[in-house]
Design a protein around this ligand. Structure first.
Ligand code: CA
Length: 226
């Protein structure tokens, strides 16, 4: 039975969602403010988090950011209508999905099922640890180190490095990277890839004085490991 944490300060919504989820057979815990939500979320005791954004104490985006430092637990954000920025920053910081309030309970249930299913098929893959150029990337633990020194990456930076390391010595075009990491909605926004490569270079190359990602002019990027 999957355990779900709801962090939502609107008691009516929280109680309604709780009842529906219990009815579907999930185990449910509720938190009605940001601090309590963060403490529970960080306990690592849940299979999925439903995170409202506007919360007293600590907002949902901040909870997401902190939880993602150590955990890849599935997270669905609950956002107010038209809060486009919240959706973008939520997904960018590693939320799995978002749903706009007010929502139909069937839609929420469907998204929870899809998110949990995606995750369990990912969990069934072998524990993947990739090494190259002194960098070790552990997909399951969401950890990257250089010669044993931890490197803190955001979810998207991690995904970009992971994709390039998995495909080392293969030149990846910006559009392929966009499609794999950001999804088809981003196709054409190739500048996004350049921005994230720059972030990775700041956090790795510049910090450790190494050269990890090579730019292939007019094409894309590659990690060469001969
Ligand atoms: Ca709220």
């Amino acid at each position: 039975m999957s355990k779900i944490l709801i962090v939502e300060d609107e008691e009516k919504i929280a109680r309604f969602v709780e009842l529906e989820l219990k009815h579907e057979g999930y185990e449910v815990t509720k938190a009605n403010d940001g601090r309590q939500g963060l403490t529970l979320a960080e306990s690592g005791d849940f299979d999925l988090l439903l995170l409202d954004i506007m919360l007293p104490g600590i907002n949902g985006i901040e909870i997401l950011r902190r939880v993602r430092k150590n955990s890849d637990v599935p997270i669905i954000m609950l956002t107010a209508r038209d809060a486009v920025m919240d959706k973008v920053s939520g997904l960018d910081m590693g939320a799995d999905d978002y749903i706009t309030k007010p929502f139909a309970i069937e839609e929420l249930l469907a998204r929870i099922r899809v998110t949990l299913r995606k995750r369990s098929s990912a969990d069934n893959q072998e524990h993947e640890v990739i090494h190259c150029k002194g960098i070790t990337l552990d997909s399951e633990r969401f950890k990257v180190t250089y010669n044993g020194i931890p490197i803190e990456l955001t979810a998207k930076e991690f995904a970009l490095l992971q994709t390039l390391m998995r495909n080392k010595n293969i030149v990846m075009s910006r559009n392929t990277l966009l499609e794999n990491i950001w999804g088809y909605n981003y196709i054409g926004e190739t500048n996004t890839v350049d921005v994230y490569v720059r972030y990775l270079r700041q956090k790795i190359d510049e910090k450790f004085g190494i050269k990890v990602i090579t730019t292939v002019r007019g094409v894309g990027y590659v990690i060469k490991d001969e």
